[in-house]
Design a protein around this ligand. Structure first.
Ligand SMILES: Nc1ncnc2c1ncn2[C@@H]1O[C@H](COP(=O)(O)OP(=O)(O)OP(=O)(O)O)[C@@H](O)[C@H]1O
Length: 265
């Protein structure tokens, strides 16, 4: 008897987690993102690359409405996550940012203990009914961020006293603690040395099993190492998006080719 195809797996391959349609972003009169359409797959890493000022960070911030915090910034078009328009007035940006976490260029732990850095979000969002549940969230988030063994005996010490690489993994653990579905990373390794960078890259590779990850990076080597899909931006336009292998070995657009071969940027 023929076996039924694995439908779940088959759908998964074409599934879309984030879908952007005709997205424009303006800072006052500056048109920073022009007509961007992209579909981002779940449980994968998508890298945004392109020369400085091309709009990578701006577009990344539209995915959890961090641009709302910039007065002169205006977003048009639609961004859907699991089909839901995240710019719908009914959407609470605080809830959205729990679902779509963010890790920044410079590690920014709170001036609190390692434990409280992780426990802060779950407390605010009421994710633990008691101390034992909160303890579980803290330990499992630190484990998922590959930090547990290094910090399990010093949870009461300040997060700011850790090394830069540990602080960045703490920030990743903090994002994970509120059970996000998407994690946005804006040049997460730019302040780290090569060893700490390698650890964060390893972590990103592990996290993609459970999360949809979008990373802005200046390093094409990093994009090639950590991502399955790559999107190349230039002057606010999404020039091309595709499998990382295709973008780096067989780009369709001359601008992409010029960038990846170091002709500009
Ligand atoms: N807060 C802001 N106010 C005004 N203009 C801004 C703001 N943030 C970004 N811009 C402008 O929007 C454009 C895109 O900037 P953005 O930081 O998104 O690019 P980027 O590709 O991430 O650059 P980089 O790689 O240098 O970080 C630039 O022209 C920039 O000057």
């Amino acid at each position: 008897m023929n076996e039924m195809p694995n439908i779940e797996q088959a759908t998964d391959m074409t599934e879309t987690k984030i879908s952007a349609n005709k997205v424009q972003v303006y800072y006052g009169d500056t048109h920073a993102i022009k007509d961007v359409d992209i579909e981002i797959q779940p449980r994968s890493v998508t890298a945004f690359i392109g020369p400085s000022g091309c709009g990578k960070s701006t577009f990344l911030r539209t995915i959890n409405r961090m641009n709302d915090t910039i007065d002169i910034c205006r977003v048009e078009g639609s961004i859907r996550i699991d089909g839901e328009d995240i710019y719908d007035p009914k959407v609470d940006p605080v809830q959205l940012r729990a679902k779509v976490g963010m890790v920044f260029q410079k590690p920014n732990p709170f001036p609190k203990s390692i434990y409280d850095n992780i426990a802060y979000g779950p407390r605010i969002h009421g994710l633990a009914r008691n101390k034992a549940e909160l303890d579980d969230i803290v330990s499992s988030s630190l484990q998922k961020a590959g930090l547990w063994e290094e910090v399990k005996n010093r949870l009461d010490e300040p997060g700011t006293g850790m090394s830069g690489g540990q602080q960045q993994r703490l920030c990743i653990a903090r994002a994970i603690a509120v059970s996000p579905e998407v994690i946005l990373m804006d040049e997460p390794c730019s302040a780290l040395d090569p060893i700490a960078t390698a650890k964060v890259e390893e972590l990103i590779d592990e996290l993609r099993e459970n999360f949809t990850i979008v990373i802005v990076t200046h390093s094409m080597q990093q994009a090639a190492r950590v991502s399955q899909r790559t999107a190349f931006f230039h002057l606010g336009i999404l020039v091309e998006e595709g499998s990382t292998q295709d973008i780096f070995t067989n780009p369709k657009d001359k601008r992409t080719q010029d960038y990846i071969t170091g002709r500009f940027g």
